[in-house]
Design a protein around this ligand. Structure first.
Ligand code: ADP
Ligand code: MG
Length: 247
């Protein structure tokens, strides 16, 4: 993702629908490995509105990471269209951290930078470090990272690294947060902590698309999309309620 100011900022002023931020229609992505074809995303349409938490659930290998990668512009779809605030967008990869921020499954922290510097990175790229300072400290505190702020990623646990990636994603108060299994490395207490931070982000108007294979997390979601073999499938409400009892 680049730090370039985006033309999408212009589009925000005149959205065709007031709160629809990200929309995808009929996205497909097939990986080719020699003679083998893996249809990782198959004809997926979805939308995420401002202030909404949408959970994307599905077992391992169902296409969650691929779908997020296509929506982020890290992978190119074979077919389909992505729209941003109602306008078709050729390459979502041109969006900046202030528009779309991601917590990748692989985290993607910069190993040479401290926890604090990693969190500050989107602000530094945007040259807005001054006004972001308080936000950095708040996120470090909410995610239990304050006392670890001067350490390198290699000097903290995987769970702490994952929370650093979440703080980095939220530091710019993006229009869209996409997080790939953001509780995957958390214990029960920090699973709740991470979900609280995501809930706060949504309350601030951020559109949140959260991939998880943990159906219990969906009680925090406003909407649940289930993906199976690359296709979106319906989720029965009673299934969601029952699973939500776990947390
Ligand atoms: P999930 O995130 O739900 O676990 P993925 O999106 O990672 O699922 O994977 C979906 C399918 O695509 C799987 O069958 C996986 O093996 C395959 N896949 C993912 N990335 C690649 C790749 N780079 N090359 C080939 N196949 C891939
Ligand atoms: Mg994945």
């Amino acid at each position: 993702m680049s730090d370039t100011p985006v033309s999408a900022a212009d589009a925000v002023a005149t959205p065709s629908r007031a709160t629809r931020i990200l929309e995808a229609s009929s996205l497909s992505k097939t990986y080719r490995r020699g003679p083998e074809n893996v249809r990782a995303v198959a004809d997926v349409s979805l939308s995420v509105d401002a202030g909404e938490i949408v959970a994307l659930v599905g077992p391992s290998g169902s296409g969650k990471t691929t779908l997020l990668s296509v929506l982020a512009g890290w992978e190119h779809a074979d077919a389909g269209e992505i729209s941003w605030t109602g306008h078709p967008m050729a390459d979502p990869g041109t969006l900046g951290w202030g528009d779309m921020a991601i917590v990748p499954q692989t985290l993607g922290l910069v190993e040479e930078l401290s926890v604090r510097e990693n969190v500050e990175l989107p602000l530094r790229l945007g040259d807005t470090i001054d006004w972001g300072e308080a936000r950095v400290e708040t996120l470090l505190d909410e995610l239990g990272l304050t006392r670890l702020a001067e350490r390198l990623p290699a000097e903290i646990s995987l769970g702490e690294q994952q929370r650093t990636a979440l703080a980095r994603a939220l530091v710019h108060s993006p229009s869209v947060l996409m997080a790939d299994e953001p509780t995957g490395h958390q214990d029960v207490e920090w699973t709740r902590g991470v979900l609280r931070v995501i809930e706060d982000a949504a309350a601030d108007g951020i559109a949140c698309l959260i991939a998880t294979h943990h159906l219990a997390l969906v009680r925090y979601a406003h909407r649940v999309l289930r993906i199976e073999d690359g296709r979106l499938a319906a989720v029965a409400p009673e299934e969601v309620v029952a699973a939500g009892d776990e947390l």
